[in-house]
Design a binder for this molecule. Structure first.
Ligand code: LLP
Length: 417
């Protein structure tokens, strides 16, 4: 998806320099082809078993990305009423939406019921009763699955582990049994599945298989009590390569999961986010100022932690590469910290990178398609970046750069007497 032509970095058939000239920097740029290929690879890998992929909207919720995935037949995993509204606006089918999250509000549950989503992934006893009550008051029947916390360690960053007892997500396997029994007695609920999601950026198969084993023992116990399920949702979490990680090969993942199902008839559901979009996106930024002291060289760029918070928040490593490779005779390579203009020491995008840099150089921060723009903010009153979608030879602005006026459009001053 990314390649160089005479030293110039291109996404599909478009030069990233051209994109920067047209749309400015900082800008997130996404490849429609790469998103399509990642979705298709997942879909094809599971062709031997009934399945549905519900793209995790939180990873990148731009309407054009959701539109691309909806056209491929993807379902969607949402965690808010706002995400449901986005899916609908992008042409997604509410009938293939699953609703996750530990704190669903009444209006969100009612909105989801009205749209006839495919399943609520229920995370607590209180939520189960709330959904049952709201469904009853609107004469609806809510399709539900219980999110099980299987207590397995996904060996990933602690902030993105979700399937351990100490995490706030889901309920234990034992509690799930009790909740299913309660749900079976409620007329406004229809039990359709079971759900688990153990974390994000997981690069080992074993935690997924351990989680599945625990979920399957619950499925069997439920069956013994005449509670049958239509689907098993294994969540998202499949890791990608940012640096030297070796991601799970999707074909290997699929065959191991299907084998572990040992002929059980339930369809499989997945909620991948990162693996569909992370490596389909870059953040383009321009070097503003170079400064050095005895210890360090700093390249201050026009993107910052408000645009891409992953390095600051998770110490995440993302590749930084010049958009145009330099001829011999350019300034020698040195170690640079790539930092933003924000007044925080934590405002860095990369540390200690060997690069030959000059002011006004264009850089691409790679693997920025997932949890990039969606986690951005206006900290330091910085307008948020533009977003651009590349498709073959075309490039479209799919979110305008915010203006200074946008920053205070919703604010007002107090009345002056
Ligand atoms: N399903 C549920 C219920 C989730 O909580 C998540 C992610 C996903 C699916 C999608 O997981 P994925 O396939 O993208 O790993 N901001 C962090 C990642 C947070 C993930 C939160 N939940 C980061 O930038 O690394």
């Amino acid at each position: 998806m990314l390649h160089r032509i005479e030293g110039d970095l291109h996404m599909e058939q478009v030069s990233l320099r051209k994109i920067a000239e047209t749309h400015g920097t900082p800008s997130f740029v996404y490849s429609e082809g790469a998103i399509t290929a990642a979705y298709q690879a997942f879909h094809d890998a599971f062709s031997m078993h009934p399945h549905r992929i519900c793209y995790a909207v939180k990873a990148n919720s731009n309407l054009a990305i959701l539109q691309t995935l909806a056209a491929l037949g993807s379902g969607f995993d949402i965690v808010s009423g706002g995400e449901l509204a986005r899916v609908l606006r992008a042409g997604g089918d509410p009938g293939s939406v699953v609703f996750s999250g530990v704190g669903k509000q009444d209006w969100e549950i009612l909105f989801a019921l009205e749209q006839h989503i495919s399943c609520f992934n229920v995370e607590s006893a209180s939520e189960l009763r709330r959904i049952a009550r709201l469904a009853a008051t609107t004469d609806a029947i809510a399709p539900i699955s219980i999110r099980v916390n299987p207590d397995v360690d996904p060996n990933t960053h602690p902030y993105i582990s979700t399937g351990l007892k100490e995490n706030k997500f889901g309920v234990s396997v034992e509690d799930a049994m009790t909740l299913y029994q309660e749900a079976a007695g409620l007329d406004s609920l229809k039990i359709v599945g079971v759900d688990c999601h153990i974390g994000s950026q997981i690069t080992e198969l074993t935690p997924f298989l351990d989680a599945l084993t625990r979920v399957l023992s619950l499925v069997d116990e439920l069956e013994a009590q005449a509670i049958t399920l239509e689907h098993i949702d294994l969540g998202g979490g499949i890791g990608v390569q940012y640096r030297d990680e070796v991601p799970i090969e999707i074909g290997h993942f699929a065959s191991a999961i299907v084998q572990a199902m040992s002929g059980r008839p339930q369809s499989l559901m997945f909620e991948p986010g990162r693996m569909i979009v992370a490596n389909a996106g870059v953040l383009l930024t321009t070097v503003n100022t170079l400064k050095s002291n005895n210890e360090k060289n700093f390249a201050v760029v026009d993107a910052a932690m408000n645009d891409l918070i992953r390095p600051a928040l998770y110490s995440a490593w993302q590749e930084v590469t010049p958009v145009t490779l330099k001829d011999d005779g350019a300034s020698p390579e040195r170690h640079w910290d790539i930092v933003g203009p924000i007044c925080e020491t934590g405002d860095f995008l990369a540390k200690d990178r060997m690069l030959s840099l000059e002011e006004d150089d264009l850089l691409a921060i790679l693997s920025a398609g997932a949890y990039g723009f969606v986690m951005s903010s206006n900290y330091n009153s910085r307008p948020r970046s533009a977003e651009v979608l590349v498709s073959g030879q075309e490039h479209y602005c799919v979110r305008k750069r915010e203006t200074i006026e946008d920053l205070f459009a919703l604010e007002s001053m107090k009345p002056v007497s």
